[in-house]
Every structure is written in C-alpha cells, then in structure tokens.
Design a protein around this ligand. Structure first.
Ligand code: ADP
Length: 409
C-alpha cells in the first residue's frame, strides 16, 4: 500500500503530466504541479472554481459536443459534459484538445479521461491527464513540411527527368542522323571499292578483247566466203557491245581526278551535243536548248559533265524510239549558289518501281545486250563526287526529266 501510494504520488507530482481531478459535476478538485506548470494557474486559482472546459478552446469543445452527439445519438451539451461523456459511459477516451493558459496563450494537449467511481460504481469525479503535444505537433508540422518539400523535389526531379528524356529523344535523332550518314559513307565506300574492282576487271577484259577484235577483223578481211564474213561481222558486232560495256565499266571505276575543276554548262552541253547530233538527226529528235549566256561556271570537270549529259541524252534517245513526238529539252538556270541543269524528254517516263531503282548500278529495263544499267549510276557518282546532286524530277510536259544541281564554282 505504501509502495503503491508512493508511486501514485510520484505520478501525480510529475511535471510532465497535467493531472486534473474534478468532482462529478466537473468542478476542479485537484490541480497537480504539472497542470500548474503547463497552464500557468496556481491550484488555488482553479480549485472549486472552474471546470476543465473553462480552460479549453471553446470552439473545440462545441465541435466535440456536436461530433459526439451525432456519433452516440444523444444530445451532449457543449461544456464539461463534452469532455467526459465517453468516459462517463465507460468508454476509454483519449483526444487532442487545445488548453488555454492563464496568460491567454494556447497549447495543444493529448488528454486521457477516466471516470472515478466509488465502491458502488457511482461516478464521483473525473481524472483528466494531459501531456503537452506541442513538440509532437511541431514534429508533425515538420514532417508535413518535409513531405511537401519532398513532393516538390520529386516534381522537380520528374520535370528534369522529362526534360532529360526530351534531350534523349533529340540525342537519339542526332545519333540516327549520324548513323544514316555513316551508312551512306559505307555505301559510298562500297561503291568506291566496287568501282576499283570493276575498273580492274574492265582493264583485264579490255586487252584480250582488243586482241580478239583484231583477230576477227583480220579473219573477216581475208575471207571470201560470204557465210563466214556474215558470221564474223556478227562476232564483231557482239565485240562492239562488249567494248561498250567495258568502256562504261571504266567510267564507273573512275575516281575523282578533277576535284577542283570547273566548267561552263553551255560548253559541256555543246560538246555532248556534237557527239549526239548524228544520233538525234537519225532518230528525228527535236532538240531544244535554254542556256542563259550569263550562267556562272559550275564546280565540275567538263569531261564529267559531258559524260553525264551524253548518258542522259542516250537514255532520252532510247526512250523516244517508240514515240511519235520526239523532243529533248535541255535547260539551265541559276538558283542562288546553284546552277540547275535539266535534261527532259517527251518519252513515256518511268513507273514508280523503275523510278526507285533508276540509279542502282546494273539496273536496266533495256533488252539483253542493249543496256548495261551503268549510265545513271555512273552519272550519279560523277555528280556526287563534285558535291552536286542528280535526281529524277518530271516537269510539266515532260514525263522524264533528270535534274542536276551543281555548285557555282
Ligand atoms: P541503261 O541505259 O544501260 O539501262 P541507265 O542506268 O542509263 O542504264 O538507265 C537505267 C534504266 O533507267 C533504263 O534501263 C531505263 O529503264 C531507265 N531510264 C533511264 N532514262 C530514262 C528516260 N529518259 N526515260 C525512261 N526511262 C529511263
């Protein structure tokens, strides 16, 4: 009993708890040192004078009465009853409450309420034990502040991540571009090594071919037999075709020896025409030129441009073979720092499928023995070597047009 009494006394005298005991009506009977310290009242100021409701935030007391009334289905008055009603019904009750100090300042408390009963279980009073909740609320507030801060930081991080992702997308696009350039370079490399190989093969073929040509010519010139002469002429014709292929192969294999050369488009066209004139006359092709006098020279060797023009004119001639209206139109004009040259014909043009393959080496739609499929591939190589472009670009009135863009020298 002594020990228990000492313990009770110790708890009761603790400065960390406000222990307030009331009578059954709520009038304060005991106000411990903890309560004095927390609330600023001396025990004598409050004992037998007021109820704990008088030192509580009235708004909270009203709100608590309202909530409890609807929760328990009975009318609870917004005063001391609201603070102890649950405990009076034997329900354990711990809640947060704002106490008001003597000086009017407030502090949050966690209050635990117990009903005090006599031997017959009749309520003789209430014990309200409170702890100062300021520190906990500060911690809560700090936690909320930190959580908000974290949420904001997370937003920032997400924003940065999204931006990085954007940059990533840009980077990926750049990498893709780079990859395309690399692929193109590999293609060009392959084309160049193909060129070297083709060149080697062409040279290998050329010498024995010339030998064969000489032998066959020799045999034909000394033959009296009509049948033999006919056969040998056929052989010579075939050799002529092989010679053409070999020549094309040699042009295809040519690497740029004229990187810094320049020429006038009009001169190259005239040179090419002098070679083609006979062909066009023979085929009744109407040739039209539109070459302004004051065109600046272009960055391309005369030989290359002439070669390309001849290739395009030969194709135009072939395309016109079956046409009633046979026209070839060559035009040149300056657009900014480029000279644009187009070679158009009134032929049938090309299908989409053919269009895709026009510049592919060895692609031809011509009858076996007639085409090599190298004319356009060689032309593109020659034009691209000097930084120009060549493409298929039909114009009004002409189903087939090849358009070159060359830099002004
Ligand atoms: P080749 O003339 O030996 O076939 P090219 O590379 O010069 O080789 O031409 C490839 C193909 O492109 C031709 O076989 C033809 O089908 C098509 N082509 C080229 N020029 C024309 C044109 N002016 N009109 C229609 N088709 C053309």
């Amino acid at each position: 009993m002594l020990k228990a009494g000492a313990l009770q006394k110790a708890i009761f005298n603790s400065v960390n708890f406000s222990s307030i005991a009331t009578d059954a009506k709520g009038v304060i009977q005991i106000f411990n040192v903890g309560a004095e310290r927390m609330l600023g009242y001396a025990a004598a100021d409050v004992m037998n004078r007021i109820t704990p409701a008088d030192i509580s935030d009235p708004q909270q007391v009203i709100a608590r009465a309202k909530t409890l009334s609807s929760e328990l289905g009975t009318q609870i008055k917004p005063g001391f009853e609201a603070l102890v009603f649950k405990a009076s019904r034997g329900i354990e009750d711990i809640y947060e409450l704002t106490y008001i100090r003597k000086d009017g300042s407030r502090f949050p408390a966690v209050v635990s309420v117990t009903a005090l009963r006599d031997d017959q279980e009749a309520i003789i009073g209430y014990l309200l034990i409170g702890t100062d909740n300021t520190a906990r609320q500060q911690v809560e507030a700090e936690r909320t502040r930190i959580e908000q801060l974290l949420a904001k930081k997370n937003q920032d991080i997400e924003f940065i991540a999204a931006k990085l992702h954007q940059d990533d997308t840009k980077l990926i696009a750049q990498q893709r571009e780079l990859l395309e350039v690399q692929e193109r370079m590999v293609q060009i490399d392959r084309l160049s090594s193909l060129g070297v190989m083709v060149g080697g093969v062409a040279h290998e073929i050329n010498n024995p071919l010339m030998g064969v040509l000489n032998y066959v010519e020799f045999a034909r010139d000394r033959s009296d037999d009509a049948k033999s002469i006919e056969v040998l002429n056929k052989a010579l014709h075939e050799i002529g075709r092989i010679k053409k292929i070999v020549q094309n192969m040699l042009v295809f294999a040519r690497v740029d020896h004229h990187a810094n050369a320049s020429c006038r488009v009009a001169d190259a066209v005239k040179q090419a025409l002098s070679l083609m004139e006979g062909e066009f006359k023979k085929n009744a092709v109407l040739m039209r030129l539109d070459l302004p006098e004051d065109l600046p020279p272009v960055h391309c060797s005369a030989g290359s441009l002439q070669q390309v023009l001849v290739n395009l004119m030969l194709n135009a001639r072939d395309a016109l073979a079956q046409q009633a209206d046979r026209q070839v139109n060559i035009r040149a004009s300056q657009i900014d720092s480029k000279v644009v040259v187009s070679v158009c014909d009134s032929g049938p043009g090309v299908s989409e499928e053919v269009r895709q393959k026009l510049f592919t080496p060895f692609f031809t739609t011509k009858a076996a023995g007639k085409g090599t499929g190298l004319g356009l591939a060689v032309s593109r190589q020659l034009i691209e070597e000097v930084g120009g472009t060549i493409s298929f670009a039909p114009e009004p009135g002409f189903a087939a047009c090849f358009r070159m863009e060359l830099s002004v020298a």
